[in-house]
Ligand binder design. Structure first.
Ligand SMILES: O=C(O)CCC(=O)C(=O)O
Length: 259
């Protein structure tokens, strides 16, 4: 397990993450932790189950509704994937549970994640496309906000090529929104398949171009996807959660939306 300081070099990790926009690490949590999380997820009330974006099976608001996921988000071995890149004050802002099973199988075309969850709606320049999902405000921030976030995806099942793994285009997180350049990126940059075993992690910048195919197998493909940030939002906007750090940090002026 990478809790032993010897096997996880934070500097090497952070350099690779900043360059590639993703990182795969096996054996981050124990089989016992995996089992506890599987049980915690299985015992969520069914009314919390939602479908997210085009038939994607997911459960939102996991930091709010699942204490085991709150603990996971603060666990050193998991949080360090965010802290090594964003700084020690990194905090978890949102978590989603994803599963793929034969009767809830799904795929997603290449995209960048483009929303964050905030406590209340305040119309601030640069923050657009407001919506409310499962009672929580979602908004598209400037790309710079997402560029300063890390998503840590904790796997609760072995996820090989046939299980609908995440696929990424390395380096695509460094260029802002890529809607108009998607074809160029797909043609030019070989995709990486993020195969990882149960208990492992895929860390990803939300701006990294990613896609996900349907699973070809009968089992689960359970992932707890935790997003971390490290800076306050501008004006009156507040992250919907700040788990794992009590400190508040201002965005640098370069990343602050004009008022
Ligand atoms: O879990 C996956 O395979 C993909 C999830 C995804 O693309 C997303 O969160 O935007």
């Amino acid at each position: 397990m990478i809790d032993s300081q010897t096997t996880f070099d934070e500097r090497q990790y952070a350099a690779a993450f900043r360059r590639d926009g993703y990182f795969i690490c096996e054996d981050v949590i124990t089989p016992g932790d995996v089992e506890q999380l599987r049980q915690a997820v299985a015992s969520l009330p069914t009314r919390q189950e939602v479908r997210r974006k085009r038939n994607v099976y997911g459960v939102r608001n996991m930091l709010e509704i699942c204490p085991a996921v709150r603990s996971l988000a603060s666990k050193k071995s998991v949080r360090r994937f965010a802290a090594a890149v964003l700084g020690e004050h990194a905090f978890a802002v949102r978590a989603i549970f994803f599963d793929k099973v034969p009767d809830a199988n799904w795929s997603l075309f290449w995209h960048q994640d483009n929303v964050i969850a905030v406590k209340e709606r305040h119309d601030v320049p640069g923050f657009i496309a407001w919506s409310q999902k499962s009672g929580v405000w979602q908004v598209q921030p400037p790309a710079e906000t997402l560029a300063q976030m890390v998503a840590v995806r904790v796997h609760l099942d072995d996820c090989g090529h046939g299980n609908g793994p995440l696929r990424v285009l390395p380096g695509s997180h460094r260029f802002g929104w890529l809607d108009d350049e998607l074809d160029d990126w797909k043609n030019r940059v070989p995709e990486v398949v993020c195969a990882v075993r149960s208990g492992g992690v895929v860390a990803m910048c939300p701006l990294t171009l990613h896609a996900s195919a349907a699973s070809e197998t009968a089992g689960h493909r359970r992932v707890i996807h935790i997003e971390y940030a490290a800076a306050d939002l501008p004006a009156e906007l507040e992250w919907n959660n700040r788990i794992g750090s009590a400190e508040r940090h201002e965005l640098s002026p370069a990343h602050r939306a004009p008022r």
